[in-house]
Design a protein around this ligand. Structure first.
Ligand SMILES: Cc1ncc(C[n+]2csc(CCOP(=O)(O)OP(=O)(O)O)c2C)c(N)n1
Length: 643
């Protein structure tokens, strides 16, 4: 296998065209095999094989700086920079990252995964290279999907203005997760659909080059001719208008052609876009046949026993559709993630009430504010991790106006394989600071449904945040859900509603047994497990499903305050999250009286690595045994203080 002989980019430079062709095939086979085992971004990497080989043959990494937007398409880059053996551990705990990673390789510059940032990094690095007077190129590979993000446009504008020497490779496959939402993309698609275009264009360019250039008038004339030609055949050149040169489009699976274009680009003194057309999922039948997503990513079943994978997304999807049937004002907004957020059925039934805004979370939120001002009821469906991007918009554009925008945050909490930048641990902290925000955290898919029905009738902004894999609701909770919604109430699970105090003198302060656990969302399952352990040890334990993090249910707070120790547990940042709000609320409940201590359990202010979500939660002490252990230790201290 040629692939076995490649341990660094230098090895690629020795290969002839036939060997490169064979190598591209081997790489595809290797990636399909590896990703089928571990899960990961399949379609994007299969489309970027030749592109990556060409880049590494023309440039000299790491002296030349090669950057990848989003970073999900960098598997081939990893393979040719000496990391082939690590692919068995791709996205596993302690294994190869699914994105570029500085600690893995000197060829990786950016720890990424959030889209549309790379042109800004490139601008910064090019400025530093320039100041150092170094002879290094900066190359940024960006997809047409990532090009729809605001930061990409901001950076392009700045690059065009500053004239920094950055080679931008626009990897245009017409897709992000779904077909890319962009007029720029549409005109590119028109070009792609015309097979004779590239040929005609090359022929014209050659003819223009062959014209004898006599003096500056002839040169000017040639430029004019070129411009006129472009007007006829190409879309209005957006990039050139910004001051960024644009060459292409060229065939992104033709290594030699790409190499030539990249060498031409090196000669350019300023920012330049080399526009390449690629086919997402290329060379793998199932990906090529997946018309919408081209197997953008591949999932491997990771749900823990007793949980229902993606059941929350499905509950959101079907309930929203049901609500939309009855409320014509409901509209749904996604930032390029209609499939993963469960909005495809909504899009199919209500195409006019569905908005895919591109990878543009900030724009999505302020657009939702505008829609709400106009009388619509927007539901913004994004992953928790991407919501952070739009905090300012949620706070000032939605919150300050008190607008009824509903944020539906999927993949909240510890997510797992995608690593530090994908964990949804900030949403509670962020949304808790927005005045007037109602915050729901369902502990089951069934409760998510009930909450969604409540939330769409609220007057102001609201958020519902849920994990990828939610536990199945306990039978008695299920029965309750089918009979009545709970509005904004919390739910006491142990002792069950209507049950009597566990121990202590009725009516007195702290009369309800020793420990009260207030659990948020998915953490309800861990709290119940901990309560089983503690009760078996003779520690009376009350458990509440908080359900609504803001406003907190006064009945739950009053009940909690009667215990010796209150414990809050959430799968989000400990500092400033639901637990902090509970500490404040319990202290405010009993002015003048000694409030019970509150033990706040949550994730640390740290970049949490990749791994299986449940294992990571256990490592953080956020599973049943972890919560029980923390309660034992804290109760010991509390009892010492209180007795
Ligand atoms: C800010 C942000 N929002 C959403 C995503 C989820 N996401 C990951 S890859 C991707 C599509 C990227 O499309 P493109 O840049 O065209 O690359 P391709 O996979 O098509 O090569 C999206 C939306 C993200 N990574 N970052």
């Amino acid at each position: 296998m040629i692939l076995d002989t490649i341990s660094s980019p230098a090895d690629l430079k020795e290969l002839g065209p036939d060997q490169l062709l064979l190598l591209a095939g081997e790489i595809r086979e290797f990636i399909v095999d590896a990703v089928t085992r571990t899960g990961g971004h399949l379609g994007s990497n299969l489309g970027a094989v030749e592109l990556t080989l060409a880049v590494h043959r023309v440039f000299d990494s790491p002296r030349d700086i090669i950057l990848w937007d989003t970073g999900h398409q960098a598997y081939v880059h990893k393979l040719v920079t000496g990391r082939k053996d690590g692919f068995a551990t791709l996205r596993q705990a302690g294994g190869l990252s699914g994105y570029p990673s500085r600690k893995e390789s000197e060829h990786d510059w950016v720890e990424n995964s959030h889209a549309s940032t790379i042109l800004s990094y490139a601008h910064g690095l090019a400025a530093a290279v320039e100041q150092a007077g170094a002879d290094r190129r900066v190359i940024a590979v960006v997809g047409d999907g990532a090009m729809t993000g605001g930061m990409a446009f901001e950076a392009l504008n700045n690059l065009g203005h500053s004239g920094r020497r950055v080679i931008i490779i626009l990897n245009d496959n017409g897709r992000s997760y779904a077909p890319t939402v962009s007029r720029l993309g549409e005109s590119l698609t028109r070009l792609r659909a015309n097979p004779s275009y590239v040929q005609t264009r090359n022929w014209m360019e050659q003819a223009l080059r062959d014209l004898p250039a006599v003096g500056s008038y002839a040169q000017l004339g040639m430029q004019g001719l070129r411009a006129a030609f472009r007007e006829v055949l190409e879309p209005r050149d957006f990039f050139e208008d910004l001051g960024v040169r644009h060459i292409g489009p060229i065939d992104g699976h033709d290594i030699a052609g790409m190499e030539q274009a990249l060498r031409d680009a090196v000669a350019n003194d300023g920012p330049i876009v080399v526009h390449v057309l690629t086919q997402k999922g290329r060379g793998y039948g199932p990906a090529e046949d997946d018309e919408i997503q081209c197997l953008h990513d591949l999932k491997v079943q990771t749900a823990a026993p007793g949980s229902v994978p993606a059941s929350c997304t499905e509950a959101f999807s079907s309930t929203l559709l049901d609500l939309a049937d009855r409320h014509p004002q409901i509209v749904a907004i996604t930032a390029a993630m209609a499939g993963p957020t469960g909005l495809l059925p909504f899009q199919a039934r209500y195409p006019d009430r569905f908005f895919d805004v591109g990878i543009a979370e900030q724009h999505a939120v302020t657009a939702a504010a505008g829609m709400a001002m106009g009388g619509l009821r927007p539901v913004v469906a994004v992953y928790s991790t991407f919501f952070s991007r739009a905090f300012d918009q949620a706070n000032l554009d939605v919150g300050l106006h008190g607008l009824p925008v509903l944020f539906a945050l999927d993949r909240a909490g510890i997510t797992g394989d995608d690593g530090p930048s994908h964990h949804g641990v900030l949403d509670l902290v962020l949304t808790l600071t927005i005045p007037g925000m109602t915050i729901f955290a369902p502990s089951s898919a069934e409760d998510l449904e009930a909450m969604l029905r409540t939330a769409v009738d609220l007057d102001g902004p609201a958020v519902i945040r849920w994990p990828k894999n939610a536990p199945v609701a306990p039978a008695h909770v299920l029965a309750e859900l089918t009979t009545a919604g709970r509005g904004l109430d919390a739910r006491r699970l142990r002792p069950a509603a209507g049950g009597s105090p566990v121990s202590g003198a009725a009516g007195s302060f702290r009369s309800y047994g020793s420990v009260c656990i207030l659990a948020v969302g998915k953490m309800v399952a861990a709290a119940l497990e901990a309560a089983d352990e503690l009760t078996a040890e003779g520690i009376d334990t009350t458990v509440w499903d908080v359900r609504v993090v803001k406003p907190l249910d006064p009945a739950m707070l009053a009940d909690a305050a009667r215990h010796q120790l209150v414990v809050s547990v959430e799968d989000g940042l400990r500092v400033g999250g639901a637990g902090s709000a509970i500490v404040d609320a319990i202290a405010a409940l009993s002015p003048g009286r000694q409030a019970p201590p509150v033990l706040v359990l949550g994730t640390p202010a740290a970049y949490i690595p990749q791994g299986k979500a449940n294992q990571l939660l256990a490592d953080l002490g956020l599973d049943g045994p972890g919560v029980a252990g923390a309660v034992r230790a804290a109760r010991h201290d509390a009892v010492l203080q209180l007795d």
